[in-house]
Design a protein around this ligand. Structure first.
Ligand SMILES: Cc1cc2nc3c(=O)[nH]c(=O)nc-3n(C[C@H](O)[C@H](O)[C@H](O)COP(=O)(O)OP(=O)(O)OC[C@H]3O[C@@H](n4cnc5c(N)ncnc54)[C@H](O)[C@@H]3O)c2cc1C
Length: 364
């Protein structure tokens, strides 16, 4: 990476540039750096300041979407392995994960249980509600459930910082408070314009999360529809005497929850508002919060006695394509798969595969 100056702008040259240091961009940067191709990282705010900042961080191997399931089941192993992290501590809080589904989805869950065991060695079993059944503090509420005792949750911001630290240790440079405004040129001679900074790069990876729906000037993602969708969750203090519970998601309604440190739990219920302006900061929807509490009490009966500590409203990027790397009209400039509401549980494996795909094609 070389730096120079002139006309009030600083010029930097880099072989690889990753734009966006959410959990996705940070993982890609760490994997590129670990393979001898340390990228320059440009981040508009601070690492993990986007959707990653408020994420629930639940990780489980199963997902109805096969691409997500495949990435997520490999990622759990990485989250659970202490030796893969600078700190020597695995980020995974192994409180388990329960996925609730309609009774007629039993066969799908049993198949998934077999696949998790065969492909990733992950422990999983299926249970059905026998009237008031509960798994690790979560009522099954008439569902059939896939239980993954070795899954759980991570702190998404800490993981993002760990990835960034790993990338910097392996030669990357991080520029925070640096928003990419415009892209011009093509393969080999790409020009990235930020306020007060011009970067010349060969390969650029955009990991902008929901901001990809309104990309920097000159970027046109090819063949994919990318939008933003609201996500609202809340933090509830559990009444005295109520122990922590496992993480859960109800596929029938989208309701989910996980324990946090202390006596708190994070719970959420889909708030389907599309086309969120990534730079706006909409107020929490109180009506939706009431519906969330109503819905989640079926699984966590203590919720009406709990105290709401905080409402969290944010958004994530959603895309209609499964590709990990999407082409843009500028050769050498790639846009990475957006989170689709589950970017944390796929980040370690997605970062590895994206880095390997980029390094496998020198003409990328
Ligand atoms: C309330 C909530 C709960 C969630 N719960 C879960 C969960 O339990 N499990 C799970 O797996 N997922 C969950 N998600 C989804 C998950 O958090 C996201 O999919 C993931 O964090 C997306 O990461 P990202 O790096 O792709 O995007 P982001 O974290 O949004 O990062 C994008 C980064 O790009 C930067 N950026 C944008 N534009 C520019 C620019 N022009 N120049 C420079 N930098 C730029 C931004 O500042 C930001 O830091 C949840 C999300 C929310 C909001």
């Amino acid at each position: 990476m070389k730096s120079g100056g002139g006309s009030g702008r600083t010029d930097v040259t880099a072989e690889y540039v990753v734009v966006g240091a959410g959990i996705t961009g940070a993982s890609i940067a760490a994997h590129l750096a670990g393979r001898g191709a340390p990228p320059l990282i440009l981040e508009a705010g601070q690492p993990g300041c986007g959707a990653t900042r408020v994420s629930g961080g639940m990780v489980r191997g199963y997902d109805p979407d096969p691409t997500t399931a495949e990435l997520a089941s490999s990622s759990i192993a990485r989250y659970a392995e202490p030796s893969g992290w600078n700190t020597g501590v695995a980020p995974l809080h192994r409180v388990g994960a329960v996925t609730l589904a309609w009774l007629d989805q039993s066969e799908d869950l049993r198949r998934a249980q077999g696949e998790l065991r065969a492909a990733s060695g992950l422990d999983a079993h299926v249970v059905s509600d026998a009237g008031g059944s509960e798994v690790a503090g979560v009522r099954l509420a008439g569902a059939v459930a896939l239980v993954e005792p070795t899954a759980g949750y991570v702190d998404p911001v800490s993981v993002t910082r760990l990835f960034v630290r790993q990338a910097v240790r392996d030669g990357s440079r991080l520029m925070t408070g640096t928003r990419l405004e415009a892209v011009s040129g093509t393969g080999g001679r790409i020009l990235l314009r930020c306020a007060g900074l011009t970067v010349r790069a060969r390969i650029v990876v955009l990991a902008l999360g929901g901001w990809t729906s309104r990309p920097p000037s000159g970027v046109h993602v090819v063949g994919a529809l990318i939008g933003t969708r609201s996500i609202q969750a809340c933090v509830i203090r559990r009444p005295i005497g109520v122990p922590p519970h496992t993480t859960f998601v109800d596929l029938r309604t989208g309701c989910y929850g996980r324990p946090m440190t202390g006596r708190r739990s994070l719970i959420g219920f889909p708030l389907t508002v599309w086309g969120v302006d990534p730079d706006s900061d909409p107020a929490a929807d109180i009506g939706h919060h009431r519906r969330t509490l109503e819905e989640v009490r079926r699984f966590l009966p203590w919720v009406p006695r709990g105290q709401t500590v905080r409402l969290v409203r944010s958004f994530d990027g959603y895309c209609d394509k499964a590709d990990l790397l999407l082409r843009t009209r500028s050769p050498g400039v790639w846009s990475v798969r957006v989170g689709n509401g589950g970017g944390v549980r796929v980040a370690p494996e997605l970062g590895r595969r994206v880095a390997e795909q980029l390094l496998a094609r020198p003409d990328a």
